[in-house]
Design a protein around this ligand. Sequence first.
Ligand code: AMP
Length: 415
Amino acid sequence: MAQSVKGTRDLFGNEMGWFLRIEDTARGVFARHGYEEIRTPILEEIEVFKRSVGESSDIVNKEMYEFTDKGGRHVVMRPENTAGVVRAMIQHKLLVNNDPKLLYYIGPMFRYERMQAGRYRQFWQIGAESFGIATPESEAESLLMLMEFLHDLGLKHLSLSINSVGTPECRPAFHAAIRDFFQARETQFCEDCHRRIESNPLRVLDCKVPGCQAALEGHPVITDHLDEASLKHHARLKELLTALGVAFEENPRLVRGLDYYTRTAFEVLSSDLGAQSALLGGGRYDGLVKHLGGPEVPAFGWAIGLDRLAMLMQQLHGNAPQNPPALLIPLGEAASLKALTLARDWWSQGLAIQLDTRGTNLKKALTSANRQGTQLALILGDGELEKGVVSAKDLSAGTQETWLLEEVPARLRNR
Ligand code: AMP
């Protein structure tokens, strides 16, 4: 029997229920903040990621689903969505006047990762990006939106960590400091860090290997090397968050490794997630639009993993809330036609009615309704038809009432 491809999975039932609930919540919150949804293709040219995510990153180096299509184009199934959004913005000339542009996306991403709990090769992300605004206020706004979203999902035990990675101008001095520090302790660092210190020194700071974390004790701190404007920016963001009552901690090891990342970097951790504690990450990427061939446009954004969020929701709240429709069960031919007519009328009034169109007997219909989790069955047999009523059977309570047909919409609304 065919199976889903390793690292991918089918979403249905309860997990699907949580996905929908999370997506609906995101759409509601983001729309209130003036963010518009954008959907970019899953396939992008490989250059989009090489030039954005970066050739020194694991994502580009080891994890991309890339292939040559029948027309000889070298394409990638997107490993993340920021690069695609920026590509789209440039292609459609949406950033030319430097007007703010607030966008969000929801969709599947693909990374050929080593398999572990909560890590998939096809996973989903929700992300928000704001273009054209360079202020700490725009970051505070985006973080407030994020917190509102997480709060609306009922998530607790979250912590926000922030840092500043400065600008490409102030980074060489910091790179020199971190290289000196590294060289004095070379043997204590892992092989990957030896590679990183050459290609992407900031990345040494967020190496997850315990030995490297220990060796980093007393490392130079980037906020000591910030230029004046970056320092002011960072101080203002902290001032805003404090005044808004958004709790945060400063984490000098939190970095985004590539040159177009500027100033603010942040992540949100959840103590309910165990080893996979990072729920999301983001930051400012003022250099990216230009780097991908567009105008010079500042930008700030973040991405959250939907799979991990759904797992957390299940852990905290149990199964996704369900609201199954009432099931209308007609018995006999005359009742079947009447049921179609009635249901059409009720659907048009916005009521949730599932119609049993199988033409089975009542016992079978009720047994399968019970199995499917139906809570209310509306039975329409010859007797009911004659009197202009339905028998409304509450399947969980086991009680039954008679409702006049014209009362049904109001009664369903009141349930
Ligand atoms: P990143 O784009 O690597 O910064 O990841 C942002 C978020 O996406 C992470 O915090 C995770 O919640 C989620 N994520 C990244 N990779 C995976 C994966 N392979 N499987 C599930 N979730 C992932």
